[in-house]
Design a binder for this molecule. Sequence first.
Ligand SMILES: [Mg+2]
Length: 341
Amino acid sequence: MQRAWEIASKSLIEEGWNLDVFERPLSWPFKPRPVTISKVRGTLFGVAIGDALGAPNEGKPRRRLLENPLSTLQPHNDRPAGTVTDDTDLTLALARSILATGTINPDDLVPRFIEASKNTVAGGWATEQAVSRLERRAAWWLAGTPSAGNGAAMRAAPVGLFFEDPAEIRSAAFLQAIITHRDRSAAASAIVNALFVGWLARGGPAAANALNWLAGAIDGLEVPLASRHQKRKHNTVAGLVREVADYVGEPEKAFEHFHTGAFVLETLPSALAVFLSYPEDPEKTLLTAAHAGDDTDTLASMVGGWLGAHLGDRKLRSRTPSNWWSVAAASEIEKISRLGT
Ligand SMILES: [Mg+2]
């Protein structure tokens, strides 16, 4: 990763990015337990189940979803129930690359991103743009779309599972992010997703005290973004992650406050608020996320990853309907989980 890091950081610093945050030490504020196969499997299944559950609702307003709520996997995008989308496909592509190389190696990762993105259902705009530049052999450190969409964050869970040290998770999540999303807040939110998976998979508490630590890990990386929500106190991922503490137990209020679109300043804080509201009740949490409105598949997918990292696959399985586990990616997830531990 060292060589790739040097190339990317040189180019970004020349453009005025402040990467001092990566020099700051970072350690788990609890005694970490080893990541078990149950946590890996739980996380990846959680990502896929949230994705498949939320996908039929993608792009619809919350008010309409609540009039006719769903509780099982439904067909979507002219595909059968249980079909997963880009959230899962890119997560698994990243997982396979980390397991094959032991690191973030763009030479291995870029072809996997291209393949996953071309064969996926309902891909994201920024990733597709970057992939088309990468296919035309653009340099990976320059090809990313300058977009604060959630596409780099949604796939970051494997970084939290397969890298040990939190400072390394932070750098690895950043590096994989900029390949498609050359944007500070997009990268910051990928870091938060990966670190939170890492925190939960190692036995860190599923509680609001994680928020300050997560925000502290990215402080200084971002510049405030212009937002369509003028009343907001914060226009950085770091600021909004801290603000989530005010909405734990009240996900509906969080959705109204943070919104639930594909903009990282919306998806990530809303997802954190749902997860922290009922971390021991994955059925309720996933269904709440899948009815949040707008970018429901990504929101529910991130929430699903945290639930699996927190509970492990056995508890997650025993507390969710068994037919949710028939997601299309199931056999692939089994394979990766066995490789990863
Ligand atoms: Mg999707």
